[in-house]
Design a protein around this ligand. Structure first.
Ligand SMILES: NC(=O)c1ccc[n+]([C@@H]2O[C@H](COP(=O)([O-])OP(=O)(O)OC[C@H]3O[C@@H](n4cnc5c(N)ncnc54)[C@H](O)[C@@H]3O)[C@@H](O)[C@H]2O)c1
Length: 380
């Protein structure tokens, strides 16, 4: 069976590799020739290409293209639309189109299907949102259950058969809208809970109560509590973005989604909160102070800078006159600055925004007059 995966990014490439490893003949298609050039592919069954002509004669097409927000914080489905327009030229009768890109409920039925197969009878369609957490050592494409909802039972069955060849658990649901909504529920759940713990942190701070100790104490309860850790905010291509897809869809039908919007606002306010903590630790004077932002990416041990709150903090520190440096071994340069060598530097303050596994804490301590964690608490 020949499979095409449209988009070879964080989601599409690992899927294409795994499908190839499982015995499918796979075309990994991406419109960006540089992506194709730099990917390290060792799978003989996987052909990476920016040539759309290779998309003919496939039995299954999987869409894994970006779904960002536009400048007005509204869903930007232009990549999904473009990928669908390309597929419309190549899909054959009874082929199956699966959407893995995250989007609001109704995307498969109202956006993708009308472009790919306006008749709605030639092609099968299913939604199977990707749930991967890149570099998570415990949970991966194989052992994270896949939720699948087809436009028809036949589409659900075919998609189920496909994923069951490499996923240990497949969960079919009654419609693509259920699958699409489940993905938004998962990420909105994280957004809201992270916002709650971030706001709780600010309250504890005013009371002068150590928040991490409070969290660990609450976490001794074996039921009815789930631990979330406060931080500088949320980043990446999922948590700051997906909930806004839900807000958009809710707005369209006039239903209240204010808790989700407020959560976004609280998480976005964290860099300013931490900036104020830093200013106060430095006695109110930041101008000319050497400050090192440690960890530029949005979470430990990945290089991904998308929507990283570390970058927001960097901008804000610069605006108040600090001389900003950074240390992150995943990035040799950023904004014309070089990753600092800790053993050759000395900072008035270092903030560990994100702690990668390879961070040399002993050297950082030697290089920093003051050190703070991601919520601006002094590390002694
Ligand atoms: N990154 C994650 O951790 C993650 C996890 C779960 C779900 N998702 C979702 O998966 C989708 C893809 O995310 P990603 O992180 O892989 O994005 P990405 O930016 O890493 O990769 C997307 C790729 O698609 C390519 N592309 C864009 N338009 C195309 C087109 N018309 N035809 C072919 N290729 C095209 C781009 O060049 C890019 O290489 C998004 O909807 C995202 O929300 C991402």
């Amino acid at each position: 069976m020949k499979i095409a995966v449209i988009g070879q990014g964080y989601v599409g490439f690992p899927l294409a590799q795994l499908a190839a490893k499982s015995g499918f003949e796979v075309i990994g298609y991406d419109t960006n020739s540089n992506v194709i050039k730099f990917l390290d592919n060792s799978e003989p069954n996987l052909k990476l290409s920016d040539d759309e002509a290779l998309l003919s004669d496939c039995q299954i097409y999987v869409i894994a293209v970006p779904t960002p927000l536009d400048t007005q914080e509204k869903p930007d489905l232009s990549y999904v639309v473009k990928a669908s327009q390309t597929l419309a030229k190549y899909v054959g009768s009874n082929s199956l189109v699966i959407n893995e890109s995250t989007s609001y409920p109704g995307t498969l039925r109202e956006v993708i299907m009308p472009i790919v197969d306006p008749s709605g009878v030639k092609v099968l369609f299913a939604s199977a949102p990707e749930r991967i957490d890149p570099l998570n050592k415990n949970w991966n494409l194989k052992n994270t259950a896949r939720v699948i909802g087809g436009l028809t039972q036949e589409a659900t069955n075919k998609a189920e058969q496909f994923y069951a060849t490499f996923c240990e658990q497949v969960c079919t649901v009654s419609s693509p809208e259920v699958a699409e909504s489940a993905k938004l529920l998962e990420n909105t759940f994280r957004q809201v809970n992270i916002a709650f713990i971030n706001q709780f942190t600010q309250i504890m701070d005013k009371f002068d109560i150590p928040v991490h100790e409070v969290i660990e104490a609450a976490n001794t309860k074996p039921f009815g509590f789930m631990k979330f850790i406060p931080g500088l905010g949320v980043g990446g291509h999922c948590i700051p973005i997906d909930p806004m897809y839900l807000v958009h869809k809710a707005n369209n039908v006039g239903v209240d989604s204010s808790l989700i919007k407020l959560s976004d606002k609280i998480n976005n306010s964290m860099p300013v909160y931490v900036l104020n903590k830093i200013i106060s630790l430095l006695g109110g004077q930041v101008k000319g102070k050497k400050i090192c932002v440690v960890g530029l990416s949005y979470k430990p041990d990945v290089s991904d800078l998308r929507s990283s709150p570390s970058l927001q903090l960097w901008d804000q520190l610069q605006q108040v006159g600090a001389i900003v440096f950074y240390h992150d071994n995943f990035h040799k340069t950023y904004q014309n600055k070089k990753n600092v060598n800790l053993s050759e530097s000395y900072f008035d303050l270092s903030i560990i925004a994100v702690q990668h596994g390879n961070l040399d804490m002993v050297q950082l301590r030697k290089s920093s007059h003051l050190m703070v964690n991601a919520i601006g608490e002094k590390i002694t």
